[in-house]
Design a protein. Structure first.
Length: 120
């Protein structure tokens, strides 16, 4: 990864690279900068007592949205009564989302990465 150091450096929000203000525009046209996504480690307990472990991945660092998306996904898979709260939906880390998760985020605003006890 390249980092540029000069007085003219500008930071691009939510990106991993600093680009000097006087950097050649032709290069910037071909530059693809991927946003950093935020991962929320999530556990849900179903009405039958089953534990599901999954990550909620979104572009905003917002625990309330992560919990809302977790509940939305649980309802979609037939577990609308599953319990998710602030103690079992916690920010874990930030990273560049892999392509399959990026497609989900771009389509619906979030992605789910199934870990344990989730339906196939």
């Amino acid at each position: 990864m390249l980092f540029f150091r000069s007085r003219k450096d500008i930071a691009i929000p939510r990106m991993r690279t600093l680009i000097p203000a006087d950097f050649p525009p032709a290069f910037l046209e071909d530059l693809i900068i991927m946003p950093i996504s935020h991962v929320y480690d999530t556990y849900a307990k179903t009405a039958k007592g089953k534990i599901m472990h999954f990550d909620v991945v979104l572009d905003e660092k917002d625990q309330d949205k992560a919990m809302a998306f977790a509940k939305e996904w649980l309802a979609e898979i037939g577990e609308p009564d599953a319990i998710v709260n602030q103690t079992n939906c916690m920010f874990c880390h930030s990273t560049e989302a892999p392509p399959e998760l990026r497609k989900q985020i771009d389509k619906q605003g979030y992605a789910i990465y199934k870990l344990e006890g989730c339906p196939a």
